[in-house]
Ligand binder design. Structure first.
Ligand SMILES: NC(=O)C1=CN([C@@H]2O[C@H](COP(=O)(O)OP(=O)(O)OC[C@H]3O[C@@H](n4cnc5c(N)ncnc54)[C@H](OP(=O)(O)O)[C@@H]3O)[C@@H](O)[C@H]2O)C=CC1
Ligand SMILES: Nc1nc(=O)c2c([nH]1)NC[C@@H]1CN(c3ccc(C(=O)N[C@@H](CCC(=O)O)C(=O)O)cc3)C=[N+]21
Length: 306
């Protein structure tokens, strides 16, 4: 779908392209040096948003020169079987990154699964031990969607220090990490969720509004402060007026566009950048594995030479 040329749109594509070009160079060097990157995606059951994500991961990994493998498991698999599969990937030196697509079926405790991924192969920074890094202002490997959303806000040129930011949605993969990333940048952050008394009252105060709920058109023009930046993270699949399936965000883009100074389109906003950051994180994880390898075996070489 092509978008009208409107400077209010914050597009993810151009930023994503720059990142993927840099990843491609890194991946080529690492491969030539004997450390080819390989990302494995784990999907459990079927979710429309996951299908879109995985399709784009595969396409962009190919562009970047990163090997990509999808492992799909049925929705009735046990947590134990999945953990065993993850341990197998941890032990395989050819696998340098593992991503567990969310959501997983309700009978599987996501935290246990995430904890089963070796932290050095955790390309989303979602291991319970890794997620703490962003609390300590160590931001080089952050959850991809959160990092993408913050990166797009930065494209506006707004000064994040003291900026009034409201986040709607507090999931561990999106809303919460966005809050930590923005606090690290000096923003004043309010986080809303389903128990918030008036999401509209908070949203209307925001200079920057992040929305990650999973409800088409939840945010209407009267909930947005004139001149605000609106970052729409929702990826919802619905049937359009033409009877075809389409992707829409959580924001009523057509009306909000008339009030906001910047808005991320869906598709074409946060989504493409999320994929690019996943690939960048894959290279960060790889370089950490290489550092460990060198620290372990480099010393052995040195001793042998002495
Ligand atoms: N573009 C991208 O890269 C990505 C897009 N997504 C999309 O973002 C959306 C959110 O994903 P995710 O965070 O994983 O979803 P979750 O379902 O895990 O979280 C949704 C959040 O929204 C809150 N919420 C629900 N209803 C309301 C309401 N009426 N008002 C305010 N808050 C509400 C929930 O609060 P509570 O927990 O209190 O009920 C919860 O914190 C989805 O559309 C998903 O597809 C997700 C990941 C990446
Ligand atoms: N562990 C985990 N991490 C995630 O980050 C995660 C997840 N699970 N589960 C599913 C959601 C959804 N998600 C998307 C990312 C990019 C696009 C994307 O590339 N979107 C394009 C779509 C274009 C097209 O239609 O192909 C766009 O918005 O322009 C979509 C969806 C990540 N998620």
């Amino acid at each position: 779908m092509s978008l009208p040329d409107d400077s209010r749109y914050l597009r993810g594509g151009p930023v994503a392209q720059r990142i993927i070009a840099a990843v491609r160079e890194d991946a080529a060097i690492a491969t030539a040096e004997g450390f080819p990157p390989k990302l494995v995606s784990i999907t459990v059951g079927d979710t429309a948003a996951v299908e879109v994500y995985v399709r784009n991961q595969r396409a962009k990994a190919a562009l970047a020169g990163i090997e990509f493998e999808e492992r799909r498991f049925p929705a009735d698999i046990t947590a134990g079987e999945l953990e065993a599969a993850i341990h197998g990937l941890n032990a395989d030196p050819r696998v340098t990154g593992i991503i567990i697509q969310r959501p997983v079926p309700a009978h599987i405790p996501i935290k246990t699964l995430q904890a089963a991924v070796h932290p050095l192969k955790d390309v989303e920074g979602m291991h319970p031990a890794s997620i703490g890094n962003i609390v300590y202002n160590q931001l080089d490997l952050a959850p991809c969607t959160a990092a993408a959303s913050v990166e797009l806000l930065k494209e506006t040129g707004l000064d994040l220090k003291g900026l009034e930011v409201v986040i709607v949605g507090h999931s561990e993969i999106v809303g919460k990490p966005i809050a930590f990333l923005l606090m690290s940048e000096g923003a004043t952050v309010t986080v809303c969720h389903h128990m918030t008394r008036s999401v509209a009252a908070h949203a209307r105060r925001a200079d920057a509004l992040f929305v990650a709920v999973g409800r088409p058109r939840l945010i209407k023009a009267d909930m947005v402060k004139p001149g605000a930046a609106v970052i729409d993270i929702g990826i919802n699949s619905e049937i359009g007026p033409d009877g075809e399936s389409r992707i829409v965000g959580d924001v009523d883009t057509d009306s909000v566009k008339e009030v906001a100074s910047w808005i991320t389109p869906v598709p074409g906003g946060v989504g493409p950048l999320t994929v690019a950051i996943l690939l960048r994180n894959t290279m960060v994880a790889l370089s950490r594995q290489r550092a460990l390898y060198q620290a372990t075996y480099g010393v052995v070489d040195k001793l042998a030479a002495e």
